[in-house]
Design a protein around this ligand. Sequence first.
Ligand code: ATP
Ligand code: MG
Length: 353
Amino acid sequence: MRNHRVAVIPGDGIGLEVIEAGKQVLETLSQKSDDFQFEFEDFDWSSQRYLETGEYIPEGGLEKLSTFDAIYFGAVGSQEVPDHVSLWELRLAICQGFDQYANVRPARVLPGVNSRLKGAEKIDWVIVRENSEGEYAGNGGRAHRGHPEEVGTEVAIFTRKGIERIHRFAFKLAQDRPRKKLTLVTKSNAQRYGMVLWDEVFFEVAKDFPDVTIDRELVDAATTRMVLKPETMDVIVATNLHADILSDLAAALSGSLGIAPTANLNPERAYPSMFEPIHGSAFDIAGQGIANPVGAFWTAAMMLEHLGESTAAERLMAAIERLTASGLQTKDLGGTATTQDATRAICSDIEQQ
Ligand code: ATP
Ligand code: MG
C-alpha cells in the first residue's frame, strides 16, 4: 500500500469549501483502490489566522511542510488584509521556500461546458509559467513617500539559470504531448534586456529538443492568437507576469475560473510541490455553498499524477468529464447545483465505476 502524505491548506473564502470537496473525492478514490491511501494533515494557515496572530505561517511551519509528499492548497485573500501581504506571506512564501519554479496550467474546455468563445473546443493548452523570479522577484522600492514627486520601482530580475531551467522544463513537457509544439512568449521588442535574454536562452535550449516544433510571439499578439486561432497553440512558456495574465485568459476562454487547476512544481523533487485551483477566495460567493469545486477536483487529478498514481488520475479526470457532461453545473456555469451536489455526484460515480 502506497501512503501519500498530503498537507492541506484550504486558506480563505471558497478555498475552504472546494478543498473539503476535493478531499472527499480523493478519499473516495483511495477507498476504491488497494494500492494507495492518503494521510491528510490540515493546516489552518489563513487570513483569519493572520488577523488573530499576526502571521500566516507559524515559526518552523515551512520545515514541517517540507516533510510532506505534496501540498493541496485552496486560496488566500481577504477583505481585511491587503492582497500583496496575503499573497507574499503565504502563497509566495511556500512557492519560493520550496523553489517551485515551474507553474503548470492546463486549459481545455471540458464536455458540457459552454465557452463564450467560438471554436473554444479547439483549446488544448498547457501554459508553463516561470514561478520564481522575473517581474515578481519582489525587487523595487518607494522613494519620497506621499510627496508629489514620489517614485515606485518594480525591477524584474531574470537570471540565465532561472530562464534555462524553465525552458528545459517546458520543452520536456511539450515533447511528451502528441503535438509537440512550444510557443515562446516574451516582449522583446519593447524590453531590451531581460526579455532578449529569455529569447536567446530559449533558442539555445531548443537545440537539445529537435523533435519539438517551436515558434514565438510577443505577449500582446499572443492574446489575440489565443482568441482567434486557439488550435495553433499547444504548450506556451512565458514569464511570471505574462503567464499569469495569459492563464487567466485561458481559464476564462475555456469556461470559468472555477474549473482551472494549477501545479507549482519543484521538478527535481527536492521539496514538495503545491497544487491549487487557480481561482481566488471569491468572497462574493463564499459561505453560500455554491462554489464550483471542479477546479479543486482537476487540481487533485494533477496531484495524483505527480504522486505517481496515473491510473487514479485518469479515472478522476474521466469522472470529472462525466460530471460536467451530465449538466450538473454550478451557478458560474449557468446551472443551479451546489458544491455538495457536484461532490456527491462525482463520488457516487467513482464508487460505481
Ligand atoms: P482573490 O482576491 O483571492 O484572487 P477574488 O475575490 O479576486 O479572489 P477570484 O477567485 O479571482 O476572486 O474570482 C473572481 C470571481 O470569479 C469571483 O468573485 C467569483 O464570482 C468567480 N469565481 C471564482 N472561482 C469560482 C468558483 N470556484 N466557483 C464559482 N465562481 C467562482
Ligand atoms: Mg482574483
